[in-house]
Unconditional design. Structure first.
Length: 417
């Protein structure tokens, strides 16, 4: 550093952000989730069904391989692009260039998926989509600790969470209503690009001056991705809490289309997925912002994470014991209540335990591994359980136990109330 005072880009933010900034960032976040969940909820499962007969695999196994490969890419891409954005000295700031590049690349990747002719092209397209959309997502999440004061982060995290869920609904709706797999991918690509434009055109980040950027060292850059739980125990416990609760949620979502078709025998399972997603999203949106604001006002994070995780575990267990269409609707509603509070407050908790301002993007990327890694682990766990070890009842009981364990571990965090 050239002075004893932290540069503006690295200072702890003190001035509250306005509604326009929050709305534009939330819209960009929702657009990225459209690009992810249109494929994950409908389109990839439909392609796996079409390509499975010629691949020598069942549709469940093929879908597990494709989503697992994409999740591995996501696992690496988010912290990598977060770290690169930390050190970016562009005129528009550290984050905006990566938001632009990532969204454009994501749209092109979705168009590649639209033209996929077999399992290998499908896998390549999804891996590229995960790579590029994670660059954009890393930029969006890092913008919050860059610009938002601590006691406003629950509310801002709530709006980002609401946009995320609306993005899931919009992506699912576009995929289901577009009239075909190719049209579904194209609609998601257009929506992703359109959604980031207001933030890109109207807002800039804090710029990092070249003299404030640390000297480049490949060895130090790579070493920075290791965040020692021994050195940062609160970060370690917070990461594990997020990982386990997201793993539970991933186990619920992965085979939802097949659960409705093969276990509940719904005549139109794609429409059923859309209905459950809408119910889940309505209750989630009803609690995600309110939970974040409530947490900000009380100055506490852990009780909200604990009880939202417990509620989600109860709802997941209900899917195992009440395997009917009304049971699925009730479970989707209760899961939405729990995940709404968890989404906003856990995000605020994560930003509260970040070690260093210079590495906000990288550290949040490492934390976001707890979102991507469950997508790798869930197929590996779910496929053998569904096909050989007891079916959907055992799968959802295991998911409930995993989520409950994650909720209880939040009590190990000491530096946050």
């Amino acid at each position: 550093m050239t002075t004893g005072r932290a540069p503006a880009a690295l200072a702890e933010p003190a001035e509250p952000v306005g509604r326009g900034w929050t709305a534009a960032l939330a819209l960009a976040n929702g657009a990225i989730w459209v690009g992810w969940f249109g494929p994950l909820q409908i389109l990839l499962a439909a392609q796996a069904r079409d390509f499975a007969p010629g691949s020598g695999m069942s549709k469940e196994t093929l879908l597990a391989w494709v989503t697992g490969a994409g999740a591995v890419v996501s696992l690496l891409a988010n912290p990598l692009f977060g770290a690169l954005s930390d050190r970016t000295t562009a005129r528009r700031g550290r984050r905006v260039p990566w938001l632009v590049a990532g969204t454009a690349g994501g749209a092109l990747s979705l168009l590649l998926l639209a033209g996929a002719g077999g399992p290998w092209t499908m896998t390549l397209g999804w891996c590229l989509a995960q790579l590029t959309l994670n660059a954009a997502f890393a930029a969006v999440t890092a913008a919050v600790p860059d610009r938002v004061p601590r006691l406003q982060r629950g509310a801002v995290g709530g709006w980002l969470g609401a946009a995320q869920i609306l993005g899931v609904v919009a992506g699912t709706g576009l995929a289901a209503a577009a009239g075909g797999i190719g049209a579904g991918y194209a609609a998601c690509a257009v929506c992703a690009v359109a959604g980031v434009l207001p933030y890109v055109l109207c807002h800039e980040d804090q710029r990092l001056a070249r003299e404030d950027r640390p000297p480049w060292s490949a060895r130090a850059f790579l070493a920075g991705f290791r965040l020692s739980p021994r050195r940062y125990p609160d970060l370690g416990w917070a990461w594990l809490t997020r990982f386990l609760i997201n793993l539970s949620n991933s186990l619920v979502l992965l085979y939802l289309l097949y659960y409705l078709r093969d276990r509940l025998h719904r005549p139109d399972p794609e429409q059923g997925v859309l209905v459950l997603t809408a119910v889940n999203s309505l209750t989630l949106v009803a609690t995600v912002v309110a939970g974040g604001i409530w947490s900000d006002r009380t100055g506490r994070r852990k009780p909200f994470v604990l009880w939202s995780g417990v509620l989600m575990a109860v709802a997941t267990a209900a899917l195992a014991g009440w395997q009917t269409w009304p049971g699925a609707i009730v479970a989707a509603a209760v899961l939405g209540v729990g995940f709404g509070v968890f989404t906003s407050v856990d995000f605020a908790l994560m930003t509260d335990v970040l070690p260093a301002a210079l590495d906000r993007g990288k550290d949040l990327g490492v934390i976001n591994v707890a979102n991507a890694l469950p997508q790798v682990a869930a197929p590996a766990l779910a496929a053998p359980v569904v096909t050989h070890l007891g079916g959907y009842r055992v799968l959802y009981l295991a998911a409930a136990a995993i989520g409950l364990g994650g909720a209880l571990l939040v009590g190990r965090i000491r530096g946050v109330d």
